[in-house]
Design a protein around this ligand. Structure first.
Ligand SMILES: [Zn+2]
Ligand SMILES: [Zn+2]
Length: 249
């Protein structure tokens, strides 16, 4: 069976995420686009994930709780979890390693905590778009220890990526799949980095605005049943032979 996905997007919690990226707006857009699975992956926090999961449940959209973690080397790593408890465990570790810099809303934007009815219930005061003190290696370890998976985010980009900041995807990391940004020319990329062609590739929107959420293009094809975040993450943690990542475009 094919499941259409978009596993990287930012809610209004990310200062750079549009304030219209509320739980219900994100889910309604996913329904309109015909997606089956989305992940909410705010910068260094999962505070809105439970609300998006709740909204998703009502609409029949599987929502994966995630966090886009920024490492000490300023590398973005997409971490995805089987349930909210695991994501919160990761968030706690990150929060301990964030610099004590307050968000300046007039410069960076608001960091809104929303409930599943899109009501604001608070704001995060520590700036979320800072590098944590966790190394890429530590982020991978923590994510897998929490039951999740870690994916080098938008490796093709010339900033905040493993290739731009570390020069390569380090071979000693437990990398099981990689993410290419939606604007990346896949064939050109693998001409330049043939060593990465062995990895399954996620194509996500990294949407910060509703209209940027993926069309029904990118899918995971598997004989297994994906019924919730847990079954997806177990599949992605397992052998790559059990699934195929593809695109209709
Ligand atoms: Zn990023
Ligand atoms: Zn992102």
């Amino acid at each position: 069976m094919k499941y259409y996905y978009d596993l990287h997007m930012h809610s209004a919690l990310s200062p750079c995420g549009d304030n219209d990226m509320t739980p219900n707006n994100m889910i309604n857009m996913a329904v309109l686009k015909g997606l089956d699975i989305i992940a909410v992956s705010d910068h260094n926090s999962c505070r809105n994930a439970a609300a998006v999961m709740e909204a998703g449940q009502k609409a029949g959209i599987i929502v994966v709780p995630g966090i886009e973690v920024e490492s000490a080397e300023e590398v973005h790593i997409l971490t995805l979890f089987p349930d909210i408890g695991s994501a919160e465990k990761m968030e706690k570790r990150i929060a301990e390693k964030m610099p004590p810099v307050r968000n300046r809303e007039e410069i960076f934007g608001e960091q809104l905590i929303l409930d599943s009815d899109d009501n604001e219930t608070g704001r995060i005061e520590t700036l979320l778009i800072s590098a944590s003190a966790l190394s890429s290696e530590e982020i991978f370890e923590e994510a897998y220890d929490a039951g999740g998976i870690a994916v080098p985010a938008h490796v093709d980009r010339d900033s905040y990526s493993m290739i731009s900041n570390l020069g390569a995807v380090p071979e000693d990391l437990d990398v099981r799949l990689i993410e290419l940004s939606s604007e990346c020319d896949r064939n050109l990329f693998f001409d330049n980095y043939p060593g990465l062609a062995e990895y399954p590739v996620l194509r996500n929107s990294d949407a910060h605005y509703l209209w940027d959420i993926s069309e029904r293009i990118n899918y995971i094809s598997t004989e297994r049943q994906i019924t919730d975040a847990g079954s997806l993450i177990r599949l992605l943690r397992g052998p790559a032979a059990d699934y195929t990542l593809g695109s209709d475009a």
